[in-house]
Ligand binder design. Structure first.
Ligand SMILES: [Zn+2]
Length: 244
């Protein structure tokens, strides 16, 4: 049976002379892989050029094997501002790499689909680093990997101003418990409050958060150590420059 769904292009590569293989994040099926046979020759079925992070409507045949046959692709939405702005394109590139790494095939999650569409649009007007902080914190929350920022993960006490983050433990430790863990880093109250705010608030309220550049950098640093530890993504460059 065929299905029709919207999907964001995460990865694409040529296959033989005329076909391409893609990884998509779809609205109803989660991450899927598919082949578009005759992509470069059948202009009627494939009117989209399937650029990275473009949103397209697809018709495909779900089956048990990993690669599904995709028989139709039509461009629904793309983000022309990314072609002129390297910082924004680079940030969007981090979004799709993280989704591709963290999400399993066929694990449908409409919250993550909405999150990435929402954050790609927000990139046009807002600072890249801030949107990157919001995207990663929400992605970890919606995918079930949320680090604990509410209380000390070892003794459950409420935290005072002296708190530490441990990537391996997956959250904050108080000034007593941090000596037990090997990989702790000090974190400011402002950064931990901002992360908690982003974890709790919904869109579009979450965009109202005011983050200083220093705080953004601190949050990115914390998230980077968490992602490197739990997803073996050491080479992911999370550092983005805000465009002028
Ligand atoms: Zn403690």
């Amino acid at each position: 049976m065929t299905e029709k769904d919207l999907g964001l292009v995460l990865r694409r590569y040529n296959f033989r002379e005329t076909s391409i293989i893609v990884s998509l994040y779809t609205q109803r099926f989660g991450k899927i892989r598919g082949i578009l046979k005759g992509f470069y020759t059948s202009k009627r079925e494939f009117s989209s050029s399937l650029d990275l992070f473009s949103l397209n409507e697809f018709i495909f045949y779900p089956k048990k094997s990993e690669i599904w046959l995709i028989s139709y692709a039509d461009l629904f939405l793309d983000y022309p501002f990314m072609r002129e702005n390297l910082a924004k394109a680079k940030t969007a590139g981090i979004f799709i790499q993280l989704i591709d790494k963290i999400m399993q095939l066929w694990d449908s999650n409409p919250y993550i689909f909405d999150l990435v569409i929402n954050c790609l649009s927000a990139l046009e007007k807002q600072r890249e680093q801030k949107i990157l902080c919001i995207f990663i914190i929400k992605l970890l929350t919606y995918s079930g990997f949320k680090p604990e920022f509410n209380h000390c993960i070892a003794c459950k006490c409420l935290l005072d101003d002296k708190m530490f983050f441990s990537a391996s433990k997956g959250g904050l430790l108080c000034h007593r418990c941090h000596r037990e863990a090997k990989d702790t880093q000090r974190i400011s109250r402002q950064a931990s409050h901002s992360i908690l705010y982003i974890q709790r608030e919904d869109f579009p309220l979450v965009y109202r958060l005011n983050l200083s550049l220093k705080c953004e950098t601190e949050i990115i640093d914390i998230l980077k150590s968490f992602i490197a530890y739990h997803f073996e993504l050491n080479n992911l460059m999370l550092t983005v420059q805000n465009s002028p």
